[in-house]
Design a protein around this ligand. Structure first.
Ligand SMILES: Cc1cc2nc3c(=O)[nH]c(=O)nc-3n(C[C@H](O)[C@H](O)[C@H](O)COP(=O)(O)OP(=O)(O)OC[C@H]3O[C@@H](n4cnc5c(N)ncnc54)[C@H](O)[C@@H]3O)c2cc1C
Length: 389
C-alpha cells in the first residue's frame, strides 16, 4: 500500500505554526497519518527581521472586529478563549499575561461591542481625569511574548507528531516548486496532498499566488524594561468602526518585565530600520497615557509629591529622553496587510506534470491582528481541508 501523501504548511509565523498544531490535532493527521512538513524562510529563533512580523509584534489581544463582522469576531473570540485557557492552566510560563486593559478614545465615544464580552468590562468616567480623553473603557485582556509562545508551539508540534513533523528552512519561489528535486529531497517523491499557504507578506511574490492586494503596514515600536508596569493602555484617535484606522498609541507589558511601546501604521512603507524621530514621538505619546512608565524616583524629581513633600529637581540634569535608561531596543516590522482582509479559503488545485491534484488552502493577510485571531483562523483553515477530503 502506498504511504500517505505529505501535507505542507508553508510559513512558520504565528499563523503557520498554529495551523500546523490544528492539523496535527485533526482526524486528517490522527486517522490517516499524513506526514506534516513545515517549510519556511524564517524560523522563530532567527535574528529579528522586519519581514517576519510574528517575532516583532507587540502583541496584545485587542480586537478590531466591527460590530457586524461575525467572521473576524469569531476568530478573535476563539483565540481569546484558547489563550485564556492556556494561561489558566500554566500561567505566565506560556508567555501570556492576563491584565487590566484600559482604552482611551479621542474624537469618538464608541467602543467595539466585542469588548463587552471580555471579563471585567466597564465604561470609565473620564471627566476631569488624566489623560484627557472623550471616552474610556477597561476590561481584562491578554498580552503575548512572541518568542516564548512560538517556541512553545514548536515543542507542541514535536510532541503531537512524536518528533515526526519536520521543519525545513527553504525559500519556495513558487508553489509548484514542491516537485523540484531540492524539495522532494526532503519531502519525498509522492506529491503533497495539500499545501497551507501561511506566508504573510510572502504571498505578494510567491509564484502561483502573487496576490497584488497584499502590502506592508510598517510598525515601529520601542522595547523598554519596566517590570512595574502590569497593566495595558491604548489611545485611539479617530473613529474605530472596525478595522485598524486612526492613530494608536499603546503600552504592552509582558510577563518578563519588558514593555512594548508603540506605535505607527505606515501603509506601503518598506523602510526596515527605526527612525529616531518616530521613537521620540512614541515616547512622548506613551507618557501621556501611562506616566508611570517613568521610574518612581524620576517622577518624583519632576516635581511630583513623594510622601507629601515636593522634591526639588533644579540641580540634576535630566536624561535626553525621559525613558532613555529603560530602552532595550527599537524594532520595526511589516504587518502583512491585504486590501480585503484575511484570505482564508481554498484555492485552485495545483496540478503538477498533469498528475495528481494538490489542494491549496490560503491562510494569510492578517494585517495587525494575526496574534489575536491565530487560533480561530487555524481552526477554519484545517476545517477547509477536512471538508475537501
Ligand atoms: C509592530 C507590530 C505590532 C503588532 N501588534 C500586534 C498585536 O498587538 N496583536 C496582533 O494580533 N497582531 C499584531 N501584529 C500583527 C502580527 O504580527 C501579524 O498579523 C502576524 O504576525 C502575521 O503572522 P504570519 O504568520 O501570517 O506572518 P509572518 O510572521 O510574517 O510569517 C510568515 C512566514 O512565511 C514564511 N514565508 C513567506 N514567504 C515564503 C516563501 N516564499 N517560502 C518560504 N517561506 C516563506 C516566512 O519565512 C515566515 O516564516 C503586529 C505586527 C507588528 C509589525
Amino acid at each position: 500500500m502506498a504511504s500517505p501523501r505529505p501535507i505542507v504548511v508553508l510559513g512558520a509565523g504565528i499563523i503557520g505554526l498554529t495551523t500546523a498544531v490544528k492539523l496535527l490535532e485533526s482526524p486528517v493527521y490522527k486517522l490517516h497519518g499524513h506526514p506534516v512538513h513545515i517549510i519556511a524562510d524564517h524560523l522563530p529563533n532567527d535574528p529579528l527581521d522586519a519581514k517576519y512580523a510574528s517575532t516583532i509584534a507587540g502583541a496584545h489581544h485587542l480586537s478590531f472586529a466591527g460590530d457586524d463582522d461575525t467572521r473576524q469576531s469569531q476568530w478573535d473570540r476563539e483565540t481569546f478563549r484558547v489563550m485564556h485557557d492556556e494561561w489558566s492552566k500554566e500561567g505566565e510560563a506560556t508567555g501570556l499575561m492576563l491584565l487590566k486593559q484600559t482604552e482611551f478614545y479621542v474624537g469618538t465615544s464608541k467602543h467595539l461591542k466585542i469588548y463587552e464580552e471580555h471579563p471585567d468590562f466597564e465604561i470609565r468616567d473620564v471627566k476631569g481625569k488624566q489623560p484627557t480623553a472623550d471616552y474610556s473603557v477597561s476590561f481584562t485582556s491578554i498580552t503575548m511574548t512572541p518568542l516564548t509562545y512560538l517556541n512553545r508551539l514548536l515543542k507542541r508540534i514535536d510532541t503531537l507528531s512524536d518528533g515526526a513533523c519536520q521543519i525545513h528552512r527553504f525559500h519556495l519561489q513558487s508553489l509548484d516548486e514542491v516537485s523540484h528535486p531540492a524539495v522532494t529531497a526532503f519531502l519525498g517523491t509522492a506529491p503533497p496532498l495539500a499545501v497551507f499557504v501561511c506566508t504573510g507578506l510572502g504571498a505578494l511574490t510567491l509564484g502561483g499566488v502573487e496576490d497584488k492586494t497584499v502590502f506592508p503596514t510598517r510598525g515601529q515600536v520601542v522595547k523598554v524594561r519596566a517590570p512595574w508596569i502590569r497593566s495595558g493602555f491604548t489611545r485611539q484617535v479617530g473613529d474605530l468602526n472596525g478595522g485598524e484606522d486612526g492613530e494608536r498609541t499603546y503600552v504592552i507589558p509582558r510577563p518578563d518585565g519588558e514593555v512594548i511601546l508603540g506605535g505607527t501604521r505606515e501603509i506601503g512603507d518598506w523602510y526596515p530600520y527605526p527612525r529616531p524621530d518616530t521613537s521620540g514621538d512614541i515616547i512622548r505619546r506613551v507618557l501621556e497615557i501611562c506616566p508611570d512608565l517613568q521610574p518612581a524616583h524620576r517622577r518624583a524629581k519632576r516635581g511630583e509629591t513623594v510622601r507629601g513633600q515636593s522634591v526639588d529637581d533644579s540641580n540634576s540634569s535630566p536624561p535626553s529622553s525621559p525613558l532613555e535608561d529603560l530602552i532595550v531596543t527599537h524594532l520595526v516590522g511589516f504587518r502583512p496587510s491585504r486590501e480585503q482582509g484575511v484570505r482564508l479559503e481554498v484555492g485552485p488545485d495545483l496540478i503538477l506534470n498533469g498528475q495528481r491534484n494538490i489542494h491549496v488552502v490560503y491562510n494569510y493577510g492578517h494585517g495587525g491582528a494575526g496574534w489575536q485571531s491565530c487560533w480561530g483562523t487555524a481552526s477554519d483553515a484545517v476545517k477547509i481541508l477536512e471538508t475537501l477530503l
